[in-house]
Design a protein around this ligand. Structure first.
Ligand code: ZN
Ligand code: ZN
Length: 233
């Protein structure tokens, strides 16, 4: 799997690093994971839409920093690109939540398709949206990708440190994109809890503060790279 390209790597209040949101582009296929505020403009600036004919969207959960840009994105894809995005799901209750969100914000249901995760396929890459724990009232999903070379996990927002540890030990897992925060706040992965894990597989993202982002780099972690920036990885 190619590296994911990020347009933002910050937590909900981290304006400097922007809302955590990324994409994968293969030939004329685009997958966007989560939809931060201003996502459409940032994706356009990163040339993510260039030569694209098919668009998938994976929304890990409905916290505002992950869905604020969804409506504008759907409108833009339909009216400017003439493409109806396909939202990937693994859970019917969650589809209902997303449909309710779109209805409340005035996005016509005809402008978007909901497709099962099994219908996602970019070359030999498949994905699986797995339930994870984050905050008590929201459903939240991590994404397991798989291709012929191995598996790659994207945590979404999570507080499940044990699963991260398990994946670090798993030889089939090539890369783990993990959210990180200064404290767990009962919702996130605390930096101190991963400091001694194998750094090779981990790519950190969704930093609650710029200080933590800088510390992670100083400590030798790979961090998700915002397109067009000079930051590493
Ligand atoms: Zn978040
Ligand atoms: Zn969240």
């Amino acid at each position: 799997m190619k590296k994911l390209s990020f347009i933002g790597i910050g937590g909900s209040t981290n304006i400097e690093l922007g809302g955590n949101c990324c994409y994968l582009k293969e030939e004329d296929n685009l997958l966007v994971i989560d939809m931060c505020e201003g996502a459409t403009e940032k994706l356009e600036k990163a040339s993510a839409f260039k030569d694209i004919k098919n668009i998938y969207v994976a929304i890990t959960h409905t916290h505002f920093d992950h869905v604020a840009g969804l409506g504008v994105f759907i409108w833009y894809c339909n009216f400017n690109l003439n493409i109806s995005p396909k939202i990937i799901y693994s859970d019917f209750k969650y589809v209902h939540t997303l449909k309710k969100l779109l209805k409340l914000t005035g996005v016509d249901k005809k402008l978007v398709k909901f497709v099962r995760e099994s219908s996602f396929k970019i070359n030999d890459l498949k994905l699986n949206m797995q339930r994870t724990t984050h905050t008590p009232k929201l459903q939240c999903f991590g994404i397991m990708f798989q291709d012929k070379l191995g598996k790659y996990y994207y945590t979404g927002d999570t507080n499940d440190i044990n699963y991260i540890k398990e994946l670090c030990e798993d030889k089939n897992i090539k890369t783990i994109y993990t959210e990180i925060a200064t404290e767990t706040y009962n919702a996130h992965i605390k930096y101190d809890d991963i400091i001694n894990l194998e750094k090779e597989k981990l790519i950190l993202m969704h930093f609650d503060t710029v200080e933590l982002y800088k510390k992670a780099i100083r400590d030798g972690f790979k961090v998700a790279r915002i397109e067009g920036s000079e930051a590493n990885e």
